[in-house]
Write a protein that binds this ligand. Sequence first.
Ligand code: NAD
Length: 245
Amino acid sequence: MLKGKTAIVTGGTRGIGLAIVKKYLENGANVALAGSRKESVDKALQQLSGYEGRVIGIWPDLCDPEAVAKAFAEVKERFGKVDILANNAGISSRTSLYDYTLDEFSKIMDLNVKAVFVCSQAAARIMKEQGGGVIINTSSMVGEYGQPSGCGYPTSKFAVNGLTRSLARELAKDQIRVNAVSPGVTRTDMVAALPQELVDRISAGIPLGRVGEPVDIANAYLYLASDSASYVTGVILRVDGAAMV
Ligand code: NAD
């Protein structure tokens, strides 16, 4: 579905991001996976044997426009273009408002919102020049409902939805589609660390009866990146088993 295309996936070293990287590689794309450190990027690359020459690692500070522009230019030089940007890197927190420090709030907003802005700008500049592209952001079900603690995280995902809808409208004239995937509870390291009993209780509250797997989310990323979604832009696609928190 993505033969000949080039994708950049932020937070591509584990969890949902690594599942997106694998899905894109399986479907013929060249991929640059972005992580926060060279060590985690190298560890992820070791899990992708068989795709040598089609996958590279980058680790720019995602909030630094110059570092991101330089890294994306390197990707373009290596693979010839940048067709897809998956803005997936994100962190969460469940701290109560009474204990929330400004520093913690800023860290969440920096990675979950500012980095999405910085990476989208750098990618859009390349995509406009080459005649189009696709940007896909990672929202969350809490970006629709909020959550009862850790207010910074849902706030950041509401902002991601706002950026998605606004950039879809702004960039359509340049043939750049902008969408978001909104996962429900998904079995990454965070969920794997929970006791099975708690996972069972969460699953029981989800109409489809189970938590999501990273590949469920990656499949949505594949569809939105592909030409099958050529008339789809400005959409926040829920992939959550119809969960409501
Ligand atoms: P994860 O913690 O397993 O992976 C997060 C990724 O972000 C890692 O690759 C990590 O290297 C990267 N990252 C963290 N800090 C970084 C930084 N400062 N700079 C660059 N990269 C950094 O998380 P996940 O569960 O796979 O989540 C991926 C995305 O999905 C996030 O945006 C998250 O908000 C969203 N999401 C997850 C769930 C869930 O239940 N797992 C639900 C809804 C939304």
